[in-house]
Design a protein around this ligand. Structure first.
Ligand SMILES: [Zn+2]
Length: 46
């Protein structure tokens, strides 16, 4: 088992209410893209 997955390879499963749901191709975990990426200054709304 790997100690920790960096989730470097992901694919977008769905987008809802401006939130991208991504799946990690390595560990197959599903999470929100917002959780994955640190703080991003640019936000796209509308
Ligand atoms: Zn992962």
């Amino acid at each position: 088992m790997q100690p920790a997955c960096a989730h470097t390879r992901t694919k977008v499963l769905a987008r809802r209410d401006g939130v991208d749901y991504v799946e990690c191709l390595d560990c197959r975990q599903i999470f929100e893209a917002e959780d994955l990426e640190p703080t991003k200054t640019e936000e796209e709304e509308e």
